[in-house]
Design a protein around this ligand. Structure first.
Ligand SMILES: [Fe+2]
Ligand SMILES: [Fe+2]
Length: 197
């Protein structure tokens, strides 16, 4: 497996970890007698919004999809569908944010709708990543040349984008904050029944 593919797969794992945490805590909040710390949900949703938008999708859209479309026209329909899902993903995050606002305003009511919007988003993204890993990346491995991969890896390393490193650091900090705030088994934060308001 080349470095560019490893980076994309690693990014999928990071996003999956936060999605798993969000699903777990959303469900747990239905049984809890304590008020959830809504800022944990907010930080997770911010990560789910910014990680793909700022770090991950640009790598796919601008570099990998672009080159693959040129080398393997038979992948055009797949690439078009994945690009459309990138746009849809941003709209779905807005739905998540609205559901969280409602939940916070109406707690302890409205946990059911929040959980179902979370489940919906997680399933949408799981299917998207699975399609990339099972269809797109194998097609790219077959069609792209060593020269293509060198160019893609250089672009992924941020050589053409001076603020890529800053974005990466920002998101790493946000990830650390999520882990420090979320209660076990997701993170190391205080339990919600002991947390303030
Ligand atoms: Fe994608
Ligand atoms: Fe992806």
């Amino acid at each position: 497996m080349n470095r560019a593919i490893r980076i994309l797969r690693d990014e999928h794992r990071s996003l999956s970890a936060v999605l798993h945490g969000l699903r777990h805590l959303a469900k747990a909040s239905q049984d809890a007698h304590a008020r959830p710390r809504f800022e944990v949900f907010r930080a997770m949703i911010r990560y789910i919004d910014e990680f793909p938008e700022r770090l991950h999708h640009p790598k796919e859209d601008a570099y990998l999809f672009e080159r693959l479309a040129a080398r393997a026209p038979e992948t055009a329909a797949l690439i078009e569908a994945l690009r459309a899902e990138h746009l849809e993903s941003a709209q779905r995050v807005r739905r998540l944010e609205r559901a969280l606002d409602e939940y916070e305003r109406c707690w302890p009511l409205w946990s059911g709708p929040f959980v179902s919007v979370v489940e919906d988003y997680a399933e949408f993204h799981r299917r998207h990543m699975q399609r990339e890993e099972l269809e797109l990346l194998p097609a790219a491995e077959r069609a792209l040349t060593a020269e293509d991969w060198r160019a893609i890896e250089a672009a992924f390393a941020g050589n053409e984008d001076p603020i890529a490193d800053l974005r990466e650091q920002d998101l790493a900090q946000l990830y650390t904050r999520i882990v420090s705030m979320a209660p076990a088994p997701i993170g190391v934060g205080a339990r919600w029944d002991k947390a303030p308001g």
